[in-house]
Design a protein around this ligand. Structure first.
Ligand SMILES: [Zn+2]
Length: 210
């Protein structure tokens, strides 16, 4: 498993394509959840090319199933704050070695310089039914924040058949549209950033921090 703290991620060159951030709410077929809403509305935007791919992903879902986005773009300031907060939490749990702290924190919060959300390339999302009710994914989006780290990896063991089925559907849908998953978080998918480029073998990333 390649974590975002892996030096190979930061070594991927970025050829910034200059695509704008656009409003996810401009695509009616995709629902946007307010739980991560910030004052500037940053959470509700993503790069235009990533949104196009998300639109096509939504179009491949079975009738009665839709995508619910929880968070898209994130400012570098906010990313740095979250990384420091998670390191603090780990420190309080007894981890003091700086290298281990960074490695452990990177499992759930990306270092700023390679953060897919800061590039406007990542989406935290889940599946919903026709009434907008979240499907059973065997764990909550951002489950690590409430201490449920066990259910977070896409291939977490011990899931119910229903949850496994729903995660597989999400994975097929997002992979089919060109996104890659961050394997410690079933809800996190990105396109065009450094992590995506490393995993797909692309020569460079199209999206750097914005
Ligand atoms: Zn994410």
């Amino acid at each position: 498993m390649i974590l975002l703290s892996d030096p190979r991620v930061a070594e991927v060159p970025v050829h910034e394509c200059g695509e704008p951030l656009v409003e996810i709410s401009s695509v009616p077929a995709i629902a946007l959840d307010p739980r991560e809403r910030d004052a500037a509305g940053t959470y509700g935007r993503v790069r235009a090319g990533a949104l196009e791919r998300l639109r096509s992903a939504a179009g491949t879902l079975p009738d009665g199933v839709g995508l619910l986005v929880v968070e898209g773009h994130r400012s570098s300031t906010e990313q740095a704050r979250r990384f420091a907060r998670y390191e603090d939490r780990l420190r309080r749990s007894g981890i003091t070695d700086p290298v281990e702290l960074r490695h452990r924190a990177s499992a759930f919060v990306s270092p700023v310089e390679v953060a897919p959300h800061c590039a406007g390339a990542a989406l935290d999302l889940t599946l919903v039914d026709a009434e907008g009710v979240e499907l059973d994914m065997g764990g909550a989006v951002n489950g690590h924040r409430s201490g449920d780290e066990r259910s977070c990896p896409l291939d977490a063991p011990g899931l119910s058949a229903r949850a496994r089925h729903n995660r597989d559907l999400l994975a097929r849908t997002m992979s089919g549209a060109g996104f890659v998953n961050y394997p410690t978080e079933w809800w996190h998918w990105s396109y065009g950033d450094r992590y995506w480029a490393l995993i797909t073998g692309a020569a460079c990333a199209d999206y750097g921090p914005v």
